[in-house]
Design a protein around this ligand. Structure first.
Ligand code: FPP
Length: 248
């Protein structure tokens, strides 16, 4: 099925997920299959990021969250980390204008203090340039891990309790969610992971409690908007019960 046909089908078929998150995996394997350095896979992965943004806009997805760099990724060889940071700056230089034109608001979520100054300034530039975009919110998760996010939120709330700003009885799911990077956002409805890996890899551990999972066999650099639409079609077949039973 072609891209417009798939798009038509998901529009007619059912509900479009409001929030889609993606674990972009397989860049290294894509490069290895072609006897290229791993960085070449990451570079090609950037075109797949564009594809997924275009596809998400076409489908009317409100929030797209991409796992671009994990806390654990800092342990990769220095050359690869530098290549990924360079790509991130390049992404900002190449895509900010386009994202702004497309009315996308970009947020970069994670431990940004760990970034070098020029990369941090670069992502801050993209965030401020795109602020107020109404068509879609794009979250780039960088230097991010789910456990670290949960600990950070706990620490924040414990400080508030210690200072008397928050009563212990008010420490509940709602206030806790307000202390996460994803404050104010609905949980992902759909989580896509590419390259046939069935793992969460420390991604949005709190937020994916009731998220539908879609594992795609395509390696991330080859991910296209058609793959996104197929994932949405798969999602539309699911019976979401949130721990309850289906009525009727
Ligand atoms: C996982 O593949 C991917 C990453 C660690 C980085 C993701 C980065 C990009 C898609 C490009 C840049 C994106 C932006 C937004 C600037 P892997 O290296 O773990 O692949 P492997 O499992 O095959 O080794």
């Amino acid at each position: 099925m072609t891209s417009p046909e798939l798009l038509e089908r998901i529009r007619l078929h059912g509900q479009i997920p409001r929030h889609v998150a993606i674990i972009m995996d397989g860049n290294g394997r894509w490069a290895k299959q072609r006897s290229l350095p791993r960085a070449a896979g990451h570079k090609k992965g950037m075109t797949a990021v564009r594809e997924s943004v275009e596809g998400a806009l076409d489908a009317g997805i409100e929030i797209l969250t991409l796992f671009a760099f994990s806390t654990e990724n800092w342990q990769r060889p220095r050359s690869e980390v530098l290549a990924l940071m360079g790509l991130l700056r390049r992404y900002v230089a190449k895509e900010t204008r386009k994202l702004k034109e497309q009315d996308c608001e970009v947020h970069v979520l994670g431990d940004l203090d760990a970034l070098d100054q020029s990369t941090r300034e670069s992502v801050e530039y993209m965030t401020s340039e795109t602020a107020g975009g109404m068509a879609m919110r794009l979250n780039l998760m960088i230097s991010y891990s789910g456990r670290a996010e949960i600990l950070r939120a706990c620490r924040k709330m414990m400080e508030q309790v210690a200072s008397g700003e928050l009563a212990l009885e008010e420490f509940d799911e709602e206030t806790f969610e307000g202390a996460l990077f994803t404050e104010g956002l609905p949980d992902p409805d759909l989580l896509i992971r590419t390259s046939d890996e069935f793992r969460l890899s420390n991604f949005m551990l709190w937020q994916v409690a009731y998220t539908e999972l879609h594992i795609a066999s395509v390696l991330w650099p080859d991910f296209s908007r058609e793959d996104l639409f197929r994932a949405v079609l798969d999602y539309q077949e699911r019976d979401r019960r949130f721990g309850r039973v289906t009525v009727g």
